[in-house]
Structures are given as C-alpha cells and as structure tokens.
Design a protein around this ligand. Structure first.
Ligand SMILES: C[C@@H](NC(=O)[C@@H](C)NC(=O)CCCC[C@H](NC(=O)C[NH3+])C(=O)[O-])C(=O)O
Length: 351
C-alpha cells in the first residue's frame, strides 16, 4: 500500500507540545516520496531571539551510537573484528569478564554499568563538573567498572553509555586512527554530510547552530545554556554534531543498504524488545519503534544537555524524520517531541 502522506499539522502540534513542556524551540524535517517537509517552532537562541532553523546544527547525543555501530559493523564486514568474539581478544585485560562479546556491547547486554547515572545524579552540578573536562576512554570505562555490573553477559538488555565507549576503543584499536577519522571516511564523506562533525574535545558548534538549554532539577530555576561543552563524557556514545537534513540522509542511506552489506544490515536490524509494551526494540546500535499504524521505524534517540533528538527511517529508506527540541532534563518535552513520529509516519488520524 502507498505510504500515507505525513500529517505535518500533527508534527507542528508535537513541536508546540514540546515547547509547552519547557523547550525554547523545536523543529522537524520529513523526507518522503512527495519530497521534503520542514516545520519549526520557537527560538534557537533565547538571548538573540533568532528563530529555530532546520539548517542549524545541534548535538545529536546517542544518535552518535548508530554512527559508531555502522563503523564497527563495517569493520566486521571487512573481517577485522568478529561480533561474537570477546572484547578482551582485541583489548586485552580491559574488561573483567572474557564472556563479554562485541555483540553484547552493541545490544546493551554486556552488564557494564552506565557511569552517567552517578555523573549526572545532580543534573546541573554534574554537568558543570564535566562540561569542560576531557576524559580518556579508559577513565570512562574505569568509572563504569567502579560500579557493579547490571547483568551476566548476554542475559538482559540494560542501556549503558559504557558499551559505546568501548565500541569507540575497538574502532580506534582496529583502525589505528581516532573515531573522528572513521566517521569522516566511512560515513560523512561518502554521504556528503556537510553539516555533520565530530570535533571532540572542541566545545564550540561551528557554523549556524541551535543553542541548547538544560532544565535544572529545582522547579522554576532558570535554564542553563549548555551549548558549549566537550561532550567528552559521551564521545563515541554521544558527541556527534549534525543537522536534520544530514540525519535523514544518514538514516535513509543506512536503510537502503548504502553503508553495510545486506547480511550486516539484517544483523543490525534484528531486534529484541526493550520494554513490556513490545513497541520498542533494540538491534545493534539501532532502535526500532513499532508505530500505531503498523509501520516500523529504525533509528535512534538522543539526549545530551540541552538537546533532545529523534532520527528514524522506514526499513525501505523511502521515508525519514528527524526532530529536535533544544532542551533536556524534561521528560515531558522529550515524549511530546516523540509524538512527531506517529504524525509523520502514520499520517492524519482517520475519523
Ligand atoms: C537516552 C539517550 N541517551 C543518550 O543520548 C546519551 C548520550 N545520554 C544520556 O545517557 C543522558 C545523560 C544525562 C542527560 C541529562 N540528564 C540528567 O542530568 C538527569 N539527572 C539531561 O537530561 O540533559 C538515548 O539513547 O536515547
């Protein structure tokens, strides 16, 4: 059946709802058979009052995990790493359990604790303590290993940034270059993602960009401008910068098979449920959301101080949506923004 036209009024309603829940602004870009549709709301800069702009760049948070996963799966395709090999075969002595495999990292089933829970237990103090810090991968792994593991390897899904920090270490070990070089060579250049970059530990977002605003834990406390940070606490788990057009190019190219072999793309999109609702799933560095109209969309969400992101596409790569709200630590704003997926991919609700 032909895909339903996107309900762009519904997308606008989702953006407005994100603003009603504390975001200074929000935007979305839909790419489909009928072409591109963009919607913007509010401001990208609360001081200048400059309007939200879909040509502006922002921090994509954990959507970076899909970039890292693509690089690692290309290395598997090239025979330089094996998915079911112990991580310790490539990084001797790194992890305290030889049973933790590369696949366990990509599926969040390693049991490695997520160090960000302690790091950001107090949102603004935690952020201020790290926003200008530069961490080595090893320091982040050590923070994780200082806490008890959350599961025996492979037994259960438990989201952890530590997994994709180790993915970054594996990429650097296998290629002998920084992850930035691999993102550039394997994704950014081939897809001509002109507004996508990995500038860690540089704190500035170059060119036209959205300023991000972090909600403190204290109700009513003023927003904190969190735009400039090293994002070193996240790195290969969350430090990529991009814009809506590049994200749609990335997710559609991924789904169309431009980045991975058919076998590897099948492995990446083979998912297991992450919640009881059986509508949210995780594959290899990739989420799958099953929408109310039966459409399944693949991509990732992102949460980094001041920015909520959704970047998803249909399995045939014919339709994609990227959406961003320039706030965080506000779950209601994130959920509201997520409503843009149903509107974009399921179209107008029939009476
Ligand atoms: C969940 C999301 N994960 C990511 O994008 C990664 C990179 N971000 C996090 O783990 C959240 C770090 C804290 C954010 C902070 N929260 C707090 O400080 C809470 N005390 C904030 O909201 O900005 C994903 O995979 O979709």
């Amino acid at each position: 059946a032909a895909a339903p036209a996107p309900d762009m009024d519904g997308v606008t309603a989702a953006l407005n709802s994100a603003m009603a829940n504390g975001a200074p602004g929000a935007m979305a870009r839909f790419t489909g058979p009928e072409g591109v549709r963009t919607r913007m709301a509010g401001v990208r800069d609360r001081v200048s009052g400059e309007a939200m702009d879909t040509r502006a760049r922002f921090r994509i948070g954990s959507v970076s995990k899909t970039f890292s996963s693509v690089v690692l799966l290309q290395l598997v395709d090239e025979g330089r790493l094996e998915l079911d090999a112990p991580v310790n075969r490539y990084l001797p002595g790194l992890l305290p359990d030889d049973r933790i495999t590369v696949r366990h990292l990509l599926t969040h089933r390693s049991g490695l604790a997520d160090y960000t829970e302690a790091m950001f237990a107090k949102t603004v103090p935690g952020f201020e303590a790290v926003r200008n810090r530069v961490f080595t991968y090893q320091e982040l792994v050590d923070l994780s290993l200082a806490e008890p593991r959350t599961t025996e390897p492979g037994v259960a899904y438990k989201y952890s940034n530590a997994n994709f920090v180790v993915v970054g270490m594996l990429i650097e070990k296998a290629t002998g270059t920084p992850v930035a070089k691999q993102y550039e060579r394997r994704i950014i250049k081939p897809l001509q993602l002109r507004h996508t970059s990995y500038v860690h530990p540089e704190t500035q977002i170059k060119g036209r960009h959205v300023r991000g605003y972090l909600h403190p834990d204290e109700e009513g406390a003023p927003l904190v401008d969190s735009t400039e940070q090293t994002a070193s606490w996240a790195q290969s788990a969350g430090a990529v910068i991009s814009d809506p057009a590049d994200l749609n190019t990335f997710t559609t190219a991924l789904m169309r098979g431009s980045l991975l072999s058919p076998r590897m793309l099948d492995a990446m999109t083979t998912v297991t449920p992450t919640d009881a609702t059986q509508t949210r799933f995780y594959g290899l560095g990739l989420r799958r959301y099953d929408l109310s109209c039966g459409t399944q969309v693949y991509g990732h969400t992102g949460t980094v101080q001041g920015y909520y992101t959704y970047a998803f596409a249909t399995r045939d790569g014919r339709r994609a949506l990227s959406a961003m709200a320039n706030t965080s630590n506000r779950g209601a704003a994130n959920t509201a923004l997520g409503g843009s997926l149903e509107a974009a991919f399921c179209g107008k609700k029939t009476a």
